[in-house]
Design a protein around this ligand. Structure first.
Ligand code: ADP
Ligand code: MG
Length: 384
């Protein structure tokens, strides 16, 4: 049974009638372009087949009843009192999107809804952005309003900044709202320009959750941001996105070895993102091989220059890269745990999954989770 069916069934069971609307928003994986977002650089995510769905029906009063399949929980609140701190924590993301819409002057009715999904929560596939975006889709439909997919994404980012209090970048919500089936998205994090990059036929995306929870990440993340700002200042550029390899070499004796390597990662990573987008989009064949090599190089750079990998990510990536049919693998996300991603030949995927999981478990004692996906469509809402 699909998640959509589960959510629809649960709605009928719980409210004893059919829903009027069902919205969907996917999670995402970043193929390449790590730690480049806050340097005004480039990222290349894709929406994945796993998604959050919400089925709903408007009510005549201002009550919202929200049932969560995955948290086995139900909550009720007034649409006019969205930031009540006594409400369950899981409902904060959905409430944030409703809050944002109200702040923009949209008139929302009360409604009954069931929310559920199959994006693993807290694994780095951005289930939170999916919840924000799916609730924006639903809220807009309930209000009879429309917004562009890009504006939905930017609204989701504001929910995360202003209602949740997480200073995230724009990638997650953009991928969730603007994804296109069989395409990755080349996002310029400075101009917010988005270009669709067609994925070559014959390859699958494999996401490999190391089951190593991200420790350390907040302090290290803040430190990397400071290091990047310091390096940009020495290089005389607004952001490392504007720095070049030549400029870096010319300034080498003015940079500490750490700042030099941090800047080198950002500069070369931006080049790898461009090279990957170009290779994937090329119609001449051989694109997957070139893209795969860029993924391998990205991992080495994140491990050695940026120093945000860890033992588990290195083990996973090494095992993946050694498999037949693997074009390339790398850590994805902020690092220190979480997921790796690989581009794998479709015909070799089954053997890849069968080999990588056990090999990783044997080396680390951790039980990994592997998810095979194609690049999927972005969010939407339909009347049912
Ligand atoms: P992630 O890395 O997956 O984005 P976060 O910690 O940022 O993890 O966000 C997880 C939060 O998003 C959950 O605590 C919950 O509030 C919300 N969420 C995610 N998936 C669901 C779901 N299927 N149903 C309800 N809420 C969800
Ligand atoms: Mg999140």
């Amino acid at each position: 049974m699909t998640v959509r069916d589960t959510v629809l069934d649960r709605f009928r069971e719980h409210f004893d009638e059919a829903p009027a609307l069902v919205a969907r928003a996917p999670g995402r994986v970043n193929l390449i372009g790590e730690h480049t977002d806050y340097n005004d650089g480039f990222v290349l995510p894709a929406a994945i087949e796993r998604a959050v769905h919400v089925a709903a029906r408007p009510r005549d009063d201002s009550t919202v009843t929200l049932v969560s399949v995955d948290f086995h929980s139900e909550t009720q609140f007034s649409i006019d009192d969205l930031d009540d701190p006594d409400l369950p924590a899981w409902s904060k993301y959905p409430r944030g999107s409703l809050w944002w819409l109200q702040n923009r002057g949209h008139i929302l009715p009360g409604f009954d809804a069931v929310i559920g999904g199959d994006i693993p929560i807290g694994a780095g596939l951005s289930s939170s952005a999916a919840v924000e975006v799916v609730m924006l889709e639903l809220g807009l439909a309930l209000a009879g309003a429309e917004m562009s997919q890009q504006d939905k994404a930017l609204a989701g980012v504001e929910v995360e900044h202003q209602f949740i209090g997480m200073p995230c970048g724009v990638m997650d919500q953009m991928a969730s709202a603007m994804g296109v089936a069989q395409h990755a998205l080349l996002i310029d994090c400075r101009s917010l320009d988005v270009r669709q990059v067609k994925m070559p036929a014959g390859a699958s995306i494999v996401i490999m959750d190391t089951a190593k929870r991200r420790g350390l990440v907040d302090s290290a993340y803040a430190r990397r941001r400071e290091e990047c700002e310091a390096a940009a200042e020495i290089l005389g550029v607004e952001a490392l996105r504007d720095a070049t390899r030549e400029g870096l070499e010319a300034a080498r004796d003015r940079l500490s070895s750490v700042l030099y390597r941090r800047a080198r990662h950002i500069i070369t990573e931006n080049l790898r993102v461009q090279a990957t987008a170009l290779a994937l989009g090329s119609t001449h064949g051989g694109g997957l091989k070139t893209a795969g090599q860029a993924l391998r190089d990205s991992h080495a750079s994140l491990r050695d220059d940026y120093e945000v990998s860890c033992y588990e990510l290195d083990v996973m990536v090494d095992i993946a890269n050694a498999q037949a049919g693997c074009y390339g693998a790398r850590m994805t996300g902020a690092g220190f745990g979480g997921c790796a991603v690989a581009l794998v030949d479709e015909g070799a995927v089954e053997a890849f999954v069968a080999a990588v999981g056990p090999a990783y478990a044997e080396k680390t004692g951790l039980e990994p989770h592997l998810y095979v996906t194609q690049a999927a469509a972005g969010s939407g809402v339909e009347r049912v």
